[in-house]
Design a protein. Structure first.
Lengths: 466, 729
């Protein structure tokens, strides 16, 4: 149990979720400071690139020459449960070439020509494992550790552990998250206090052009600042008079503070979200000059701005949606869909890594890239691939991970993780470790027991630590 | 469920042999204590004598506590003027009789019942009929349905006879929504796990809601703290597993069950008609399939001609159908996306030769697909499936007479189709399972057989066997029995908590070892006994509690309004609250497209109905609810926290909803400026303005740095944003 819950939060723990929206870092003064970590952290913050739908690992970061050799043959071993039982076919080689990149010679397929330029920054984990073959459970498990329900999101655990660096901004922000496959459950604080919930900016499937305000109610449309201050003075005068009558309630004091905080915040926060302040060269670096990469570039650049301003956990989502179709979820037409989706994210991710590095921020920012699972080495519906949680790839960069490194392995075809298996719990444990937290000690008492992000499992993959 | 984490402590204890559950009684399992005659809430509380609350403060408290709404200006003024000694008692009766009462207390129960209208996971499939359960709950509180009956109906209402002797107990069926509307992962592919997750969720909510027990903790191992055994868990699981949960378990996405609210013959007739329509559609599909194949045979030999004509953009090619050619032109137009199936053609230097090659392949694929013993999929030959379903798809006018005839028949059938009967989100009796313990929760690893029964620690070892049906009826009777020591205690504690903000047992859904002890055990048992004596009347409990001195005294600590109270009160203040009751405002069934914006639950800013009537989609609750601690509507919620974050202040200061209410209030103020200030205080704070407040109000408007109309709106909002409005004392 960490010592940093406010007294009030301790008193108010109850059995239901606390709500999902809000500038969560902005609690009353007591919870504003940064916390003491369990041990020296390598990363101060996390940027998590979530590839909703499940990118294929055999086609991106896990080359499988034997799959190419045996293309068209039946899978020579027992097939596990797939999502679309009855549509499975034979071994299906990758349509894309792999080349080795950088000084590390890390193999990356031609789907990611830009990210490949940053090969020497990447730590590719090729042995990821999850427990769910359907999106619903898999997305929840990646985000909360549990593939069923009602656990706090990993971002909530991180800011619960790390605290906030900037009280004028939420400490956990998710940019354009999707509303399916758990929706808001994936950035909720669950049974953790509401201050740790994620704040969503826009959501998946809605273009950045339609985003009126990054955060609700941040702007008053009817009053000038002078008028609003005048009104706020009246509110506070009433509040002070009210408090005089009920002197015993500290909650009333806290609420008076909250109004002042809100007033300051609405003046200061909009600057953080204003990408207009970035140079053309920077915007171009993120691919914002091209239609295909503009939205995701915007998300990545926004993430960097927020990271600079002390936001602790930032998630960037590539979602299903108009123009994105089914994103990475290529049950059919793998070539068309993966070509299109990879193109949307490749250059912006390169821009993000390059920009973080040039600003000296990559050292203490842990960047993660992952889907909820990978895809099958056998075909589905002839020209697609099905879900595969039994072995897939993700990568990390910066934040104390070994750079230019590949960890773990799947079998000859890429179906099962066979070497240095990294379960989602292990990934969470490792990410927490990099941020200076022991996943076994980051606990919260709820519903009769101490809970962890990693439930009762999870081991830190020490070999990926730099 | 992962099990690696059994604590060493527990393993050691298990090895030694845990004492049988009967030997591990805890306070809440003991029979109710008898209270000495003459005791009252106040004597049992021994709370001393604090000053009584001011009359208007008490009035506002009673209004919000019972109805979740403030009084209107005239109600407040009338109560202040009423000097009769029984004015307060009459007020309580009036509020208990108001339909607004059930809306507010029903909402409390809906928290416990984790009420929502979608599955929450996967594509967040709707429960289109769940609202009937919500209306049932509101009605149950309004009519003061005895709580024991309320329990019976929610667990086994479909098995109880209708009150009015009707052939179908519609109310009872609707009440089982309690079991049916939980979160579900219906796209889970491990169907056994999925089914037992549903069962587990029902055990969890039933245990917490009625008994204050976390029984679901015993799924994988004996409960670590409470004397609940894994065999107890699976004995209950057997009951819910023998209950119909889904219309169809198999398939990528399992089908949700809906209960028709008509008698069996009518339900069967309805299903029969639906099948007739489906069969007719199948017939049509077959004919169209045949005609499509025939048509394809006629055009396929000219595929290369079409391709070349389209490529060269010739619109008048000899012998080619211009409409088909147009489709080919469209198909071959280069787009943003890679289309590997067309690359050989696009890259060919000799287009004509390539087109001939494509034609040969198409003809071969067409031939191969005549082999019905083989299964083909769209991507086996993407070019073939693109063309067969696109440029060479059967044009509507060529569907033939047979299809036209069948379509006319289908239309006739559909025109004459009777409307769907009323439907409910409920459960029914299912196939009886032979339940075994799943070792460590794993359905693959079967342990000893268990028969249906209730936990030994509470019901003993000598239980009457359940031989027919799911056993829900017996379960309902056992839970709703006055001899069950938990049931009455748990409910009176909830009622107490919803009046005072905190229960006598602070953990109102956990009366087990890890739960809190009652601060006043005698008081708890006194209330529980009174509750049973009154015939389980919730309204009688309100009367008892609200007439106590403890309830009526001055309170320093206020409670913040819950989100429904706050929003509905703002609508009351400007007179725009729509008092319509019941029904649904959510349209449609099934799910939305995966990326659809429609998934968003209706925006509470744009409705004037009470919040309890707006649809709740688990995957996307309105941000207002998230902002003000509504919870997640996914697990049984024992109480709402009261967080204090700056965005709540932003909602008040900048939100369009609050601004609209402020404008609406100003529009209703009449008379002189002083009178308007006075009315605004009555409407927002349910009290007159003091002399200094009157002066401040007039000054505010007079010196506002802007237009006068804006000044009034701003003034109204300042009252709405004040703590005095947001708190009840």
């Amino acid at each position: 149990m960490l010592p940093f819950l406010s007294r009030r939060a301790m008193l108010r723990q109850t059995a239901c979720g606390f709500g999902l929206m809000g500038l969560s870092g902005l609690m009353a003064a007591s919870s504003g400071e940064s916390r003491e970590p369990h041990f020296t952290p390598r990363a101060k913050r996390v940027i998590f690139l979530f590839m909703h739908g499940g990118p294929s690992h055999m086609d991106t970061f896990d080359p499988k020459p034997l799959l190419t050799r045996d293309h068209g043959k039946p899978l020579p071993f027992k097939r596990p449960l797939t999502f679309a039982e009855g549509q499975t076919g034979s071994l299906f080689k990758s349509p894309w070439e792999f080349k080795q990149h950088g000084q590390s010679w890390l193999p990356i397929s031609e789907l990611f020509p830009w990210v490949a330029k940053r090969a020497d920054d990447l730590c590719v984990v090729r042995s990821m494992v999850g427990d769910s073959v359907a999106h619903g459970g898999a997305v929840l498990q990646l985000h909360t550790g549990s593939n069923t329900f009602t656990r706090p999101a990993m971002g909530a655990w991180f800011v619960y552990g790390l605290g906030t660096e900037n009280r004028n901004l939420p400490s956990y922000i998710t940019i354009k998250p999707g509303l399916s496959h758990g929706g808001a459950k994936n950035w909720s604080s669950g049974f953790l206090p509401a201050q740790f919930q994620g704040t969503a900016i826009g959501h998946g499937g809605v273009s950045i052009d339609e985003l009126k305000q990054p955060i609700e109610h941040l702007r008053n449309t009817g009053l000038t600042p002078v008028q609003q201050r005048y009104e706020l003075d009246m509110i506070q005068k009433q509040n002070r008079a009210h408090r005089e009558r009920f002197q015993s309630d500290p909650e009333l004091d806290a609420r008076i503070q909250a109004f002042e905080l809100a007033f300051r915040m609405q003046a200061e926060a909009p600057e953080s979200f204003d990408l207009g302040r970035e140079s053309d060269a920077t915007r171009k670096l993120y691919g914002m000059d091209e239609a295909a990469t503009r939205d995701f570039g915007w998300q990545c650049l926004m993430a960097r701005r927020l990271a600079e301003r002390g936001v602790r956990f930032i998630q960037i989502n590539h979602e299903y949606g108009p123009g994105n179709e089914v994103g990475w979820d290529a049950h059919s037409e793998l070539i068309r869909l993966h070509t299109k989706t990879a193109r949307m994210v490749d250059r912006p991710i390169y821009g993000l890594l390059t920009d973080l590095k040039s600003r000296g921020m990559l050292d203490d920012t842990l960047v993660c890239w992952s889907g909820e699972f990978g895809r099958t080495p056998i075909s589905q519906a002839g020209d697609g691939r099905d879900h595969n949680p039994y072995g897939y790839s993700m990568w990390m960069a910066g934040g104390g991970v070994k750079a230019g490194f590949a960890y773990g392995a799947t079998d000859d075809y890429g179906y099962y993780a066979v070497e240095n298996r990294m379960h989602i719990h292990d990934l969470h444990a490792t990410m927490l470790h990099l941020c200076g937290m022991d996943h076994k000690r980051l606990t919260y008492f709820h519903g009769g027991r101490h809970h962890r992000l990693t439930d009762v499992a999870g081991e830190v993959a020490t070999k990926v630590l730099a | 469920m992962r099990l690696r984490g059994l604590s060493v402590f527990w393993l050691v204890l298990s090895a030694w042999g845990v004492p049988p559950p009967e030997g591990r009684q805890i306070w809440s399992f003991r029979p109710l204590m008898k209270t000495e005659p003459g005791k009252t809430i106040d004597s049992l509380l021994a709370s001393g004598s604090a000053a009584a609350a001011a009359k208007l403060t008490l009035m506002r408290r009673a209004y919000f506590d019972l109805t979740g709404l403030p009084p209107t200006e005239s109600e407040a003024r009338a109560f202040l003027a009423d000097r009769a000694p029984d004015a307060y008692a009459r007020l309580i009766e009036r509020l208990l009789a108001s339909p607004r009462y059930g809306e507010h207390w029903g909402r409390h129960w809906l928290d416990v019942a984790r009420y929502a209208e979608s599955t929450g996971a996967d594509e967040d499939h709707r429960y289109p009929h769940a609202w009937r359960y919500r209306d049932y709950v509101i009605d149950a509180f309004n009519r003061d349905l005895p709580y024991d009956q309320f329990i019976r109906e929610q667990i086994a209402g479909d098995l109880l006879p209708a009150e009015d002797g009707a052939s179908v107990n519609t109310r009872g069926i609707v009440a089982t929504g309690f079991l049916a509307l939980g979160p579900k992962l219906i796209a889970e592919q491990d169907k056994v796990k999925m089914f037992y997750d549903i069962v587990d969720e029902q055990i969890d909510v039933t245990g917490k809601a009625f008994l204050g027990l976390t029984i679901a903790c015993a799924r994988c191992h004996d409960h670590k703290f409470d004397p609940i055994l894994t065999t107890d868990y699976y004995a209950l699981a057997s009951i819910f597993a023998s209950t119909k949960q889904l219309a169809k378990l198999e398939g990528t996405v399992s089908e949700l069950y809906v209960s028709p609210l008509v008698d069996k013959p009518a339900a069967e007739a309805w299903l029969g008609y639906k099948k007739k329509v489906a069969d007719k559609q199948k017939e049509i599909d077959e004919v169209v399939g045949r005609e499509s194949a025939r048509y394809r045979e006629t055009v396929a030999p000219r595929l290369a001609d079409y391709m070349m004509a389209a490529w060269e953009k010739r619109s008048n090619a000899a012998g080619l159908d211009p409409a088909v050619l147009e489709k080919w032109v469209k198909y071959l137009e280069p787009g943003q996306d890679r289309r590997p199936q067309l690359e050989a053609f696009q890259n060919a230097t000799d287009k004509a030769a390539a087109a001939r090659q494509y034609q040969m392949q198409f003809l071969a694929a067409m031939e191969a697909r005549k082999d019905k013993s083989r299964k083909f999929q769209a991507g086996d030959d993407r070019f073939y499936s693109d063309v067969a379903g696109g440029p060479f798809g059967l044009p509507k006018e060529k569907r033939g007479d047979e299809a036209a005839k069948l379509e006319a028949e289908l239309k006739k059938l559909k025109d004459a189709q009777p409307a769907d009967p009323p439907l409910a989100c409920g459960v029914a009796e299912g196939e009886q399972v032979e339940q075994r313990v799943f070792v460590r929760g794993n359905p693959e690893s079967k342990g000893e057989a268990v028969s249906k029964r209730f936990p030994i620690v509470l019901a003993g070892r000598d239980q009457a066997p359940i031989t027919t049906g799911s056993g829900r009826r017996e379960l309902a009777e056992w839970v709703a029995s006055p001899r069950n020591p938990l049931t009455a205690r748990v409910m009176v504690n909830r009622i107490w908590q919803w009046h005072f903000g905190e229960g006598i047992v602070k953990t109102s859904s956990n009366f087990g070892v890890l739960g809190a002890r009652p601060t006043h055990p005698e008081l708890l048992d006194f209330l529980a006994a009174k509750f049973i004596e009154s015939g389980w009347s919730v309204k009688a409990m309100h009367r008892l509690i609200m007439s106590s001195t403890a309830y009526r005294q001055h309170r320093g600590n206020g409670r913040r309004l819950q989100v429904e109270e706050m929003r509905d009160a703002l609508l009351t203040i400007d007179g725009s609250l729509d008092p319509a009751m019941g029904g649904t405002t959510q349209s449609g069934v099934g799910t939305d497209k995966e990326f659809s914006d429609d998934r968003k639950t209706q925006d509470p800013d744009r409705s004037t109905r009470r919040l309890v009537y707006l649809p709740l989609r688990r995957s996307n609750l309105p941000s207002l609810l998230n902002l003000f601690d509504f919870g997640d509507a996914t697990t049984s919620c024992e109480g709402r926290p009261s967080s204090n974050v700056a965005p709540q202040a932003l909602f008040m200061m900048n939100g369009p909803f609050v601004e609209a209410r402020a404008r609406g209030l100003v529009a209703r103020l009449t008379g002189s400026d002083a009178e308007r200030v006075e009315q605004a205080h009555w409407r927002v704070l349910s009290r007159p303005a003091s002399a200094s407040e009157l002066r401040d109000g007039l000054n505010y408007v007079a010196h506002f740095p802007g237009a006068r109309e804006l000044a009034w709106t701003s003034f109204a909002r300042s009252l709405m944003a004040s703590n005095e409005f947001l708190y009840v004392h």
